[in-house]
Design a protein around this ligand. Structure first.
Ligand code: AKG
Ligand code: FE2
Length: 318
């Protein structure tokens, strides 16, 4: 992405945030809150000086001032490469642009594809909101034979993972395991899925880590030739009955996820504004299959099905 596009994206985000904040402010105004209440929100600043309606005006002006300051920080800070401030993910969901429901109208299931060329894939699916599963893209991957709990346990006991290139993300879900170290130190019974259930996810963040892991799988053959794969890969691993709660992402690009072991059920829900036009979709991804879904647009939840430990590997592409 060029600097100009990044700035434009930041600008768009700020404008959306401004509109939302103004809507909230207008809404607050329709409540006709008492001056005493607004005064108490004002945390003591200006309290004795301003009286009557001017207090409400002062409150509104303070909010507007805050918006302008935020806009300045986003846009003008000299070292800004991406957005200087990243909104927390919950507020990103709140400030999400309303969807055009044509993204999900008529989509009532996942499309399974075999032997699809990169061109066909690019034309119809690579950047669309239709979820697809490609069934024949992992046949030659060593990962299919090699990846299991012990593989990752050994892999992460090696301290030689190179230089850190990205933030390291880790999701504990309901496991109570607070780091990868805790995951690979859990007792054998739990690791073998005979103890307390668990499910976790993490991103690679060291250059050698990503490089070494990628020697066990390839860039999926069906991705558009021009699509760049991100330098980060995502791994999700855990036992039956567990998975990711319902959420929508705010990542930069489309992504693929290969099911290496186990079977995982996905439930996709349309964005709330499209609930009357579109339906929920449910499907299972089995070992060897690669799912491509726009997780920025579909709300999604996963559940590992009874049987094996589920292991997936995936990445974003542009
Ligand atoms: O695989 C999972 O359980 C969740 C994955 C997910 O949320 C995603 O890829 O956006
Ligand atoms: Fe997600």
């Amino acid at each position: 992405m060029t600097e100009e596009t990044k700035l434009k994206n930041c600008d768009k985000k700020i404008k959306l945030a401004q509109i939302k904040i103004l809507k909230i402010v207008n809404k607050i105004d329709t409540f006709q809150l008492s001056n005493a209440y607004i005064c108490s929100l004002d945390a003591g600043i200006n309290r004795p000086i301003i009286a009557g309606n001017s207090k409400r005006l002062c409150f509104l002006l303070s909010v507007l001032f805050l918006v302008i300051v935020l806009k300045f920080i986003y846009q003008e800070w000299p070292s800004t490469k991406n957005c200087l401030l990243e909104l927390p993910s919950s507020s990103k969901t709140l400030f999400r642009t309303p969807e055009d429901c044509s993204m999900c109208i008529g989509v009532d299931g996942v499309t399974r594809l075999t032997n699809v060329t990169p061109l066909q894939f690019e034309d119809k699916y690579a950047y669309s909101a239709t979820p697809v599963i490609v069934t024949d893209a992992t046949e030659k991957w060593p990962a299919m034979k090699v990846f299991n709990f012990n593989f990752f346990s050994r892999f992460y006991s090696n301290n030689n993972l190179g230089r850190q290139t990205n933030d390291c993300f880790y999701f504990a879900y309901k496991s109570g395991l607070n780091s990868l170290q805790e995951v690979f130190n859990m007792d054998e019974r739990r690791a073998n899925l005979s103890g307390e259930p668990w499910y976790v996810g993490w991103s690679t963040c060291f250059d050698e880590e990503t490089k070494k892991l990628r020697s066990y799988y390839n860039r999926p053959y069906f991705l558009p030739r021009t699509a760049e794969s991100d330098t980060v890969d995502w791994i999700f691993m855990g036992g039956p009955g567990q998975g990711a709660h319902m959420h929508v992402d705010s990542v930069r690009h489309m992504s693929w996820q290969a099911q290496i072991r186990g079977r995982k059920q996905w439930e996709l829900a349309p964005p709330p504004e499209c609930l009357y036009h579109c339906t929920w979709i449910q499907f299972t991804v089995s070992p060897g299959e690669i799912l491509v879904v726009n997780t920025n647009r579909w709300y999604h939840r996963t559940t590992v099905l009874p049987g094996d430990l589920s292991i997936t590997i995936g990445a974003e592409y542009d």
